[in-house]
Structure formats: structure tokens, C-alpha cells
Design a protein around this ligand. Structure first.
Ligand code: MN3
Length: 204
């Protein structure tokens, strides 16, 4: 069974003015679609066919660069679309809010640290909030389409929030102003979804 590209959970223009419709359309219909198709081509006829994406990425050091790049691209964007929503923004609630305060000092300090992870990722990559193997929240970043679920990542864990800082994610609207795109991102974060993923990650 090949991997399939799920439709965006909202319209292309739903995240405006923070992320523009044209960027969302190209990002999902071209970039994410290409990762999906290339992943399927890379695993076709191999022992990876039928495995879950998490299982493939957990052992990615055994596989080809095509599986690493496109498998990461497939997985990372699936999460990215889910943790954004037109009715997003604000602050997390419940245990996640409490644990962010404990771990990072305050929500403002967390935002600053996560934003820094995005701005300081040289070239293409991602910023992440993860639950590490000790069950603690941690912020990290990865190059290219690498992901904290991959066994090649220096800092590993279960991602619950991510931000794509590839130029294709913001260049049409923000050009070289990555920090402006990152500031805008906070207005569309789906904290309800992040909270849900936090609960699941903590229970494992
Ligand atoms: Mn992307």
C-alpha cells in the first residue's frame, strides 16, 4: 500500500494573512506531493513497502538518501499541516501550558527559544518541540527533511509541534525575512492539536 497525500485540513487561503494561499497551494500540491511520490518510488519493490512511516524513519540509517529525504518530507509536512489552523494562536492550556512554564520559564521564553531554533537553522530545515525519551519537553532543529523521529538525529523524540523554515515555506510572501514568517506562525498554531499529541507522547 503506497503512501497517500492527504488533502490540507483547511482551504489554501485559510491561514491568510499569516501564510498566503499561493504558498500553501504550491507547498502542499507540489512540494509535499513530490516527497510523497518520490518516497513511494524509493520503497517500491523493497522490504519497506507496507511499513509505517514512523517505522521507516526510526531505522532510516539503514536506508537510501532518497528514503531519508522523501520519507522525512512526507512525515514532517503531514504534522505541519495538522498543527496549524485558521482558528489558531493564543496559548496552550492544561498540562502542556504548565510543563512549558516549568521547562522553559514561561510561554514567552518558550516562544523565544523555539523561534531562535527556527532562525538559527542554517539553510533549509525545521524547528521542533518534542517529547524526549525521558518524557521531557525539548526544543531542537534539524537540517533538510531530517526529523527527530529519525535514528540519525542528534536529539531524538516524538514531535508535537514543528515549523518548516525552508524558503519554499515563506519566500513568496516574506522573501528573505524568515523572522517575520516565524512571528506570524504563532497566530496559526493549533494548540488543541499540539496538546492532544502531547498527551499521546507522554503516555508512551
Ligand atoms: Mn516544506
Amino acid at each position: 500500500m503506497a503512501f497517500t497525500l492527504a488533502p490540507l485540513p483547511y482551504d489554501f487561503n485559510a491561514l491568510e494573512p499569516y501564510i498566503d494561499a499561493r504558498t500553501m497551494e504550491i507547498h502542499h500540491d507540489k512540494h509535499h506531493a513530490a516527497y510523497t511520490n518520490n518516497l513511494n518510488a524509493a520503497i517500491e519493490g523493497t522490504a519497506l513497502e507496507g511499513k509505517s512511516i514512523e517505522e521507516i524513519l526510526m531505522h532510516v540509517s539503514n536506508h537510501s538518501p532518497a528514503v531519508r529525504n522523501n520519507g522525512g518530507g512526507y512525515y514532517n509536512h503531514n504534522l505541519f499541516w495538522e498543527i496549524m489552523t485558521p482558528s489558531g494562536g493564543g496559548e496552550p492550556t492544561g498540562d502542556l501550558a504548565k510543563d512549558i512554564d516549568t521547562r522553559f520559564g514561561s510561554f514567552a521564553e518558550f516562544k523565544e527559544a523555539f523561534s531562535r531554533a527556527g532562525t538559527t537553522q542554517f539553510g533549509s530545515g525545521w524547528a521542533w518541540l518534542i517529547v524526549d525519551p525521558a518524557g521531557e519537553l525539548a526544543i531542537t532543529n534539524t537540517p533538510n527533511q531530517d526529523s527527530p523521529v529519525m535514528n540519525v538525529s542528534a536529539i531524538r523524540g516524538v514531535p508535537i509541534l514543528c515549523l518548516d523554515v525552508w524558503e519554499h515555506a515563506y519566500y513568496l510572501n516574506y522573501q528573505n525575512r524568515r523572522p517575520d514568517y516565524i512571528s506570524a506562525f504563532w497566530n496559526v498554531v493549533n494548540w488543541k492539536e499540539v496538546n492532544k499529541r502531547y498527551k499521546v507522547a507522554k503516555s508512551h
